[in-house]
Design a protein. Structure first.
Length: 122
């Protein structure tokens, strides 16, 4: 009976340790620079996309346009129907607006809304 409990306890500890280790590996996207990092007080600026960043792009109600793209070394992403889009030095919100505007010009019957989530930064 005690052997069964000891084995169960070891298994629970192993699973708990694995969960803690994996929690440290999770990525929720790039972290903006904060006051603690800079030593300066002031508002936190939104993250600016850079070369090699990976972006998850989706267009509302158009699953065929969902893509995960990497920003090229020259700071540009290539997206279907709109071509090259400058990304480096811009926020995700700015790029969303640019893509939506270009899609709406190309597909005049559609009111497109783009959503971008930065996934990784180098």
């Amino acid at each position: 009976m005690f052997r069964g409990l000891a084995a169960a306890a070891r298994t629970a500890l192993a699973i708990g340790g694995l969960a803690l280790a994996l929690a440290g590996c999770s990525t929720s996207g790039p972290t903006p620079v904060t006051e603690a990092a800079t030593g300066e007080a002031g508002p936190v600026q939104p993250y600016k996309i850079g070369p090699q960043d990976v972006l998850d792009i989706s267009v509302y109600n158009v699953p065929d346009l969902s893509r995960t793209v990497q920003v090229a070394g020259n700071g540009v992403i290539n997206y279907p129907l709109v071509g090259d889009v400058p990304a480096a030095g811009r926020t995700a919100h700015e790029i969303e607006g640019d893509i939506a505007e270009r899609l709406n010009k190309r597909c005049s019957s559609r009111n497109s809304t783009a959503s971008i989530t930065p996934l990784m930064a180098p």
